[in-house]
Design a protein. Structure first.
Ligand code: ADP
Ligand code: MG
Length: 368
């Protein structure tokens, strides 16, 4: 047991490594999930998300390192507590529903176990099924449900449980957009009410940034960046991280006198002053990240519209410039046609420099 000072962590991974027969799937990951916090594990397929979750749940032992749950060490390479001994609710890609139980009983069961009356458990379960649009299937067993419907029953059951840690492995992969939104909203509300923590694996950056308090970016089993969604979006550690977390243009430009959070950037002979970190290198040919909202149409710079895409609430303009192509996103319908010369300006940038200062570290991320 550890002292109370650390009891705000529902999960702590210490230098966790997990191998399959010599194949390294998780590589020295250290990570904490605090009470009431949802951490998204974001990474492409094969980056080790499922392996990490299975190790936390107790289905796989660590090769090296330790897993701690609520200040209790539950797994080392020598000794791992079985899944039943861990206060963890799991929603994996395979739903693992009880074959003999109806959808309603499946969801009511964990509510009954919390001590609710049969009636109250039924009502709450029915309400959850209704939220996920499957109340009309309440009496069916898994064999009588489609894959997507089974998935929703599994999600309702997980939401109904009161665990100190929830593990989700791409739970919305087979849901349509609307049900997915309902589920994610419900997850946020319940998490706030219960104080449980969550570890949520997804390869979908928009989902990860939209739902998590912090995002852990995984590449080939390694934690490459850990931070708030805003940090990952605005201050990616490298180009790979930038591309994985949203639309990313890179301009190569000369930077002059960076200070006070601003710097002068020279693009095609014209100087613009932009928001940039204080340690932006002052030299020629600096690769500068530009997110779609960081550049605007209209201004002192010139370019040619390569393409215009109408996306409903906004339009994406791809502008060919002397320093590279830049994607500009503006609200409303198209204002210019592809092929025309346009003026534009840059408001903000983030230098893409190999920098150890941005290394993933659980210690220097302050979420309080
Ligand atoms: P993700 O969930 O991010 O897609 P996984 O954790 O499933 O990633 O896989 C991580 C790595 O481990 C991949 O290289 C994958 O091929 C490998 N892997 C996963 N499961 C097994 C297994 N049962 N046996 C051997 N290698 C595996
Ligand atoms: Mg997976």
């Amino acid at each position: 047991m550890r002292p109370d000072a650390t009891s705000t962590d529902v999960l702590e991974l210490r230098d966790l490594t997990v191998d399959y027969d010599g194949v390294r799937a998780v590589d020295r990951v250290s990570l904490r999930v605090r009470r009431g916090e949802v951490v998204a594990l974001l990474g492409p397929s094969g980056s080790g998300k499922s392996t990490l979750l299975h190790t936390v749940a107790g289905f796989l032992p660590p090769t090296r390192g330790e897993v701690w749950l609520k200040g209790r060490r539950v797994a080392t390479p020598e000794r791992a507590e079985p899944p039943e001994g861990r206060d963890v609710a799991v929603v994996f890609q395979s739903y693992a529903l009880w074959p003999h139980m109806s959808a309603l009983d499946t969801v009511a069961y964990p509510i009954r176990r919390k001590g609710s009356s049969r009636r109250a458990a039924r009502d709450e379960a029915l309400e959850l099924l209704d939220r996920l649009h499957i109340a009309h299937l309440a009496d069916r067993r898994p064999a009588e449900l489609s894959g997507g419907e089974q998935q929703r029953v599994g999600l309702a059951r997980a939401l109904a449980r009161q665990a100190s840690l929830y593990l989700f492995d791409e739970p919305t992969a087979h849901l349509d957009t609307h049900v997915r939104g309902v589920f994610l909203d419900e997850l946020v509300v319940r998490r706030e009410a219960s104080g449980g923590g969550g570890l949520y694996a997804t390869h979908d950056a928009e989902e990860a940034l939209g739902l998590a308090d912090r995002v852990a970016l995984l590449d080939a089993g390694r934690l490459v960046q850990l931070g708030t969604p805003q940090q990952l979006y605005s201050e990616p550690v490298d180009l790979w991280a930038a591309r994985l977390t949203g639309p990313a243009s890179v301009l190569e430009a000369s930077v002059r006198d960076a200070r006070d959070g601003r710097c002068s950037v020279i693009i095609d002979g014209t100087v613009v002053t932009v928001e940039a970190p204080a340690d932006t290198p002052v030299r020629d040919a600096v690769p500068l990240l530009v997110r779609p909202g960081w550049a605007r149409l209209g201004g002192e710079l010139t370019g040619r519209l390569q393409s215009v895409r109408f996306r409903g609430p906004h339009c994406d303009y791809s502008v060919e410039t002397a320093s590279g192509n830049v994607l500009i996103r503006e609200p409303g319908p198209p204002r210019h046609a592809a092929g025309t010369d346009v003026r534009w300006t840059l408001k903000r940038t983030w230098p893409m420099i190999p920098a150890s200062r941005y290394q993933a570290s659980d210690k220097d991320v302050d979420v309080s």
